[in-house]
Each structure stands twice: as C-alpha cells, then as structure tokens.
Design a protein. Structure first.
Length: 234
C-alpha cells in the first residue's frame, strides 16, 4: 500500500492530463462493487456515497483514480480514506437526520460531506491549517451549509458544541482521548481507530454513563498528532 501511495503521489505535480471521465458511472460502480458487496446496508449511507463527488476532494492529477478501492494522497502527508472504510465508519455511527456529529481529522473534507448528507449538523476539526482551509473552501463551494470547520487539536474535541450524538475520528491515537468520551451524548456512538503500528477500529457507545467498547476490524490510519495526544494539552 505504501508503494501504491508513493507512485500515485507522483501524479500530484506531474502535469499529466487525462481523458474525460464519467464520474457518476464510476460512483455507482464503486457503491455496487466496493460497498454493497462488502455488506454495507444503510440506504442513507449508500445514497450519500453515490451522490458526493469524491473526485472533487482529491488533487486534480489523481481524480481519475478517485473511485478506486484504496486511499489516495491529498498532500501534507495525509490521505483520503478508502471508500469502503468511509462507508463502514459512517454506517457504524447509526446517525439520525436530526442528530449532530463531530469529526476529528477533516483531511480532504470528503467524510464531512458524506456526514452532511445524513445528519443535521457536522462539526469537523483539522490540525493542519492548509488542509482545514482547503476543506472549508470546497465544502462551501459545494454549498454544505451544515458543516462547520475548525483548525485545531482534535484530541480536545469541541466542547463549545458538545455533547454530540456521534463522534468519528479519522486519525489514530494510541488510546481513546478522554475529552471525546466526555463529549459523547448519552446513547451516542464514537467510531475511532486506536493503536500505533497495529490499529483496531473501535465502536464505543455510551449507555447509562458507561462507555461500552467493541472492536470492528483491523485498520491503518495516519497517526493523531498535536499537543493533546502527546500529553501536553490542557
């Protein structure tokens, strides 16, 4: 996978051009062969994955690869997740249309757009200023008025708008951040990859004040960074 990302990264500044692509057809095929075929059943998740134009969230030189079955580099040493993982994590949140969700690790903004199609309000935090600015711009251009972007340390969550019905983390801390558990509403769900070299995607649900944890699948995400995860936050 590392070799694939390195090779794909070469296209970022290659200046190559590619023939016109039927992106709508590629999205439909992606949903059928990568997402439905792997067991994703939530109709709202499937509709969102087929609607949101993933190619707009990746560098122009990689857009012809936007609907393939692997992550892609988006600059700043970060990636946009494999489509199936985006769908799986979204389905695990079990969001209702009236609910509010916090995302840690905005990245390209693609996951935030998927969430915005499903729930009432999305709050998303990105620690890298260039990515936060770019994601905010593309989300605004696509008229996602129910997404609020913040540049900051996601380890601390976003206390101002807590509690959240769902929290999704797209970078891996070595352990579950305490502030995120505190900001999870009663009955809410937290989906998060945890670990360093070996990571588990965890589903955590708060029931009667207690956080019940379940491992879903092994995954590989970029590590969470910032003062909080290093023990230097407030």
């Amino acid at each position: 996978m590392v070799k694939i990302l390195v090779l794909l990264g070469l296209f970022l500044f290659s200046g190559q051009t590619f023939p016109e692509v039927d992106y709508a057809a590629l999205r439909k095929k992606m949903v059928e062969t990568q997402i439905k075929a792997r067991g994703i059943r939530d109709i709202r998740v499937l509709k969102a994955m087929e609607k949101v134009e993933r190619h707009l969230f990746v560098p122009e030189g990689l857009r012809h690869l936007a609907y393939e079955d692997y992550p892609l580099p988006i600059g700043e040493g970060q990636t946009i997740s494999q489509p199936y993982i985006v769908a799986l994590m979204t389905e695990l949140l079990s969001l209702k249309p009236s609910e509010r969700v916090l995302e840690i690790g905005t990245g390209s903004g693609y996951q935030a757009a998927i969430l915005a199609e499903i729930c009432r309000q999305v709050y998303t935090i990105e620690i890298i200023p260039a990515l936060a600015e770019r994601a905010e711009k593309i989300l605004a251009e696509l008229q996602y008025k129910n997404v609020k972007v913040k540049c900051g340390d996601g380890f601390a969550g976003w206390k101002e708008f807590a509690p959240f019905d769902g929290i999704i983390v797209t970078c891996a801390p070595p352990s579950v951040p305490g502030p995120l558990l505190e900001q999870l509403a009663e009955g809410g769900r937290l989906v998060i990859p945890v670990g360093e070299q070996l990571q588990d995607l965890k589903l955590i649900q708060k029931i009667k004040g207690k956080c019940l944890e379940k491992n879903i699948i092994p995954v590989r995400f970029v590590p969470m960074t910032g003062p909080g995860v290093k023990g230097k936050g407030n």
